[in-house]
Write a protein that binds this ligand. Structure first.
Ligand SMILES: CC(C)(COP(=O)(O)OP(=O)(O)OC[C@H]1O[C@@H](n2cnc3c(N)ncnc32)[C@H](O)[C@@H]1OP(=O)(O)O)[C@@H](O)C(=O)NCCC(=O)NCCS
Length: 182
């Protein structure tokens, strides 16, 4: 069982490494109140892992950590507070069934406790949409888990629309269509 899990993780990691390399993204920086929003950097990974463990009571899966060690700028968006600490982060990956449709999946969005309710998750999502827009991706997907009204509201405010119900994880599968390069 453990070996099979390892094999599955390795396959996901390889697939994601391969496709993340091809993603076209704008690498800009944006100010949102006291926060600086930018594309990810592996030097913040340990801090993000600690914050994630605190917020989700579960670690980031190790294959994703390995992926972000190499692909943080392609697959992560972060917000830094005025002291340069991670205030919020957003993580992306490629799901096997979405690769052929050129859809990138937002797997996590999370905001440090003291900064929640200030519109930061929505700002991160808007920033990422803009950064992936007019590139080679067609859409961004996400799942707002059942009863997670804050995640749902912030996704809708950023422009995601309901597409279908999701079984795994249980919730609402939302999508944001992107413009393609001409
Ligand atoms: C979900 C999460 C990312 C939201 O971050 P945030 O920065 O507080 O979100 P925003 O402020 O951008 O937007 C939240 C929206 O939900 C609304 N909201 C909050 N509580 C609500 C409630 N009980 N009922 C209805 N709407 C509510 C807010 O009012 C806001 O919408 P508005 O601006 O239109 O008023 C944050 O709560 C978090 O990090 N949670 C822990 C990690 C997690 O569960 N992440 C999501 C799954 S990956």
């Amino acid at each position: 069982m453990a070996f099979r899990n390892l094999q599955a993780e390795l396959k996901l990691w390889q697939q994601n490494q391969k496709y993340a390399r091809q993603i076209m993204r704008k690498h800009t920086t944006q100010q949102f109140g006291e926060f600086t929003i930018c594309t990810g950097n592996a030097k913040y990974l340990k801090e993000i892992q600690r914050l994630h463990l605190h917020l989700f009571r579960d670690p980031i899966p190790r294959w994703l950590v390995w992926l972000y060690r190499f692909r943080a700028s392609d697959l992560m968006t972060i917000a830094l507070d005025k002291n340069g600490k991670v205030a919020a982060y957003q993580c992306f990956m490629m799901n096997e069934h979405e690769i052929s449709q050129h859809i990138i999946h937002e797997v996590y969005v999370a905001v440090s406790d003291s900064y929640q309710g200030k519109g930061l998750a929505t700002a991160l999502r808007r920033f990422s949409i803009e950064s992936y827009d007019f590139g080679n991706l067609l859409a961004i997907s996400t799942v707002a888990r059942t009863n997670d009204i804050k995640a749902l509201r912030s996704a809708q405010k950023a422009g995601f629309t309901f597409e279908k119900m999701s079984v795994k994880p249980p919730g609402q599968y939302l999508i944001k269509h992107l413009s393609i390069m001409r």
